[in-house]
Design a protein around this ligand. Structure first.
Ligand SMILES: Nc1nc2c(ncn2[C@@H]2O[C@H](COP(=O)(O)OP(=O)(O)OP(=O)(O)O)[C@@H](O)[C@H]2O)c(=O)[nH]1
Ligand SMILES: [Mg+2]
Length: 632
């Protein structure tokens, strides 16, 4: 059995409510004031079954809307969930302002199917009816209601003329309606809240997606309140469950009427998250009175919800009538919106419908590069491309499946099946609960290798970089970092030992060699006394390569184990100590000393003597007086 929501639309007094009654036998004007004034003020509901062309039963739920221009906001709360519209135009009045406004709204909301109903056919003669029909055909040209794809049917609620033809047309159209997904996550935008004697709190709405069963727990958005479904009614009858495309009433435990209002949404707990910013594709009606300025404030309507929104146009100062643009909408309070949700915007004053569009992203990422490309992708229909783009924009931070559910509104099952493919073509990796873009992961690995390489260069004698310092440097989460390291280690780009990460070849083995080399160098100089070997000779005798040896020398110099007294001459510190003692001893014999005396004292050649004396001068052990030294 297929369930479909049929909505009425059209100017005040054109016979919408009378038509619903003629079809279903139900008077949708339920308020006392409506009956007294003879107009519809708020939404009304009715239902009927129809036999489809193939004999199947079609379950039709009706949402009857008010035509009065002052109640367009009520109309907007009802039109959100409809699958099929009956655009009602009275034969005696033809097209009127709310015929146009309602029709604009239907188009902006992307309603796909409908039938144009010329009501009150009994009030005009055949000739007049033909004139109106021509006028209406012209009005519908190049729209979703263009005949003959969508028929125009003349009826009279009074005489019943045309009603059978209308029912046949409805059955045909209903059969073509794409059924809503009852396996999707449930979403019930609330349009009515009331108490019923013996039941308590009741909410009603058009179940736009999923299934709601008795005894299920639900969350109220945006308040976050948890409620339990005590009872389900579909079209006025108790039921075990309600499915997408059905007018649904829920008897709730855990909430009073004060906790609930039109515009809220019921959905499974902990699935979605509310937002105060959405990125959208916005279209301004060609009939809009003026261009829409950047930063303009408007009335915003989506599903049964209504709020104000500030519009930030992407890359434009204003939007001309008839034009389209990406925009970011900001709300004063949190709202539940999902990609694909349609919305209407109305001017602040005078309040008229000026445009509408489709939500592309309800969880915008701040300062995102190439956002326009992203919005292009998410506004296209390719689920796999959308998923890849949503994962990719998070970089190596990735996002969880739960976050993806909240971002897309897609169920876990659907996401899993899509992801299976995305993962296969290696556009994303699974890291525990996280999904990480494959390219971002490769980039993170490059960051890690670069950071470790730099570290080795700056710290030649340390066995590796501390894991946590490395993670902080590359700004990765522990989970993703660990996964990246595992890949790098597996592919032998790095080695991980305990708390240290290093490049292969910079490990423990090398560390021993370095320590050995360090000892060797120091020993060579210590043993040489003042008759030091040439540095390059010492280095040539080591196991480590030249650059590393050079670094070891630098380190020994830093630690003052070796002392450099000229570009070519390096001494062990103990040798220089010994030299100071010799000079001090000499002072007791004579305070003066020439180069020859110094050579005799130390046993070094002139090549060493001069730099050594200059060193002693610098150290204020001696002072140069002519060609000789005074010992201080
Ligand atoms: N003669 C005749 N009168 C009709 C027909 N349909 C509706 N009417 C009358 O037109 C008036 C308005 O009808 P409604 O059905 O209330 O019109 P509506 O479009 O629902 O009006 P709103 O909901 O206020 O926008 C009522 O007095 C109806 O009796 C029809 O087919 N023939
Ligand atoms: Mg009415």
């Amino acid at each position: 059995m297929k369930s479909i929501i049929v909505g009425t639309a059209g100017h005040i007094d054109h016979g919408k409510t009378a038509l619903v009654k003629a079809l279903t036998g139900i008077d949708a004007d339920r308020l006392e004031e409506e009956k007294r004034r003879g107009i519809t003020i708020d939404l009304g509901f009715a239902h009927m079954d129809l036999s489809g062309a193939g004999g199947e039963t079609l379950h039709l739920g009706f949402v009857d809307v008010p035509g009065h221009e002052r109640f367009v906001r009520n109309m907007l709360a009802g039109v959100g969930g409809i699958d099929l519209v009956l655009l009602v135009i009275a034969a005696d009045e033809s097209i009127k302002p709310q015929t146009r406004e309602h029709f604009d709204i239907l188009q902006l909301l992307g309603v796909q199917r409908g039938i144009t109903v010329l009501t009150k056919s009994d009030t005009v003669d055949a000739e007049m009816l033909d004139v109106v029909r021509l006028e209406v055909e012209e009005f519908l040209r190049r729209t979703f209601l263009e005949p003959p794809k969508s028929p125009i049917v003349a009826v009279s609620a009074l005489t019943g003329a045309g009603l059978d033809e209308l029912k046949r047309a409805m059955a045909t159209a209903a059969a073509e309606v794409q059924p809503r997904d009852s396996n999707a996550l449930a979403r019930l935008p609330v349009d009515r809240v009331f108490t019923m004697k013996g039941f308590g709190t009741v909410v009603t709405g058009t179940l736009v997606a999923g299934t709601i069963r008795r005894e299920e727990e639900m969350e109220v958005f945006p308040s976050g309140k948890k409620v339990r479904v005590r009872g389900v009614q579909v079209h006025g009858h108790a039921a075990e469950r309600a499915s997408a495309g059905q007018r649904t009433a829920l008897n709730l435990a855990g909430a009073s009427t004060e906790d609930l209002s039109r515009g809220m949404t019921l959905a499974p707990p902990a699935t979605f998250s509310t937002t105060r910013r959405v990125d959208v594709r916005l279209r301004l009606l060609a009939s809009a009175p003026r261009a829409l300025k950047n930063r303009a404030r408007v009335h915003f309507h989506s599903n049964t919800m209504e709020t104000v929104a500030e519009i930030a146009l992407y890359g434009a100062k204003q939007l001309a009538p008839g034009a389209e643009a990406f925009a970011r909408l900001k709300f004063p309070e949190a709202a539940l919106l999902l990609p694909g949700d349609r919305f209407i915007v109305r001017q602040f004053s005078p309040v008229v419908t000026i445009g509408g569009g489709i939500v592309l992203d309800a969880h915008p990422v701040p300062r995102m590069p190439e956002y326009e490309r992203f919005l292009q992708i998410v506004s296209g229909g390719d689920a796999e491309a959308i998923l890849s783009a949503r994962i990719a924009r998070r970089g190596h931070a990735g996002l969880s499946l739960a976050q993806l559910v909240a971002e897309t509104g897609w169920s876990r099952d659907f996401l899993e099946s899509q992801l299976a493919r995305t993962l296969k073509v290696v556009r994303a990796l699974r890291v525990g609960e996280l999904l990480v873009d494959a390219a971002a992961m490769v980039q993170l690995q490059e960051f890690i290798v670069t950071a470790v390489t730099d570290f080795h260069q700056k710290n030649p004698l340390v066995g590796g970089m501390a894991r946590e310092a490395l993670r902080e440097q590359v700004k990765a989460s522990p989970e993703v970092f660990t996964a990246a390291l595992e890949i790098l280690a597996r592919e032998k780009y790095v080695e991980v030992s305990g708390d240290l990460v290093r490049l292969p070849g910079h490990g423990v083995v090398m560390k021993d060699e370095e320590a050995e080399s360090k000892k060797k160098i120091e020993e060579a100089f210590a043993n040489a006394g003042l008759k030091v070997p040439a540095l390059h000779e010492v280095i040539a005798g080591l196991k480590v390569d030249k650059t590393r040896a050079q670094k070891i020398v630098t380190l020994l110099l830093r630690d003052k184990r070796l002392v450099k007294i000229s570009d070519e001459l390096v001494f062990h510190h103990s040798a220089l100590q010994q030299l100071r003692r010799l000079v001090a001893l000499q002072k007791t014999k004579s305070p003066k000393m020439d180069v020859a005396k110094f050579k005799e004292l130390t046993g070094v050649s002139r090549k060493y003597a001069i730099p050594l004396l200059e060193y002693l001068d610098r150290e204020r052990v001696t002072r140069r007086v002519g060609d000789a030294r005074e010992i201080l």
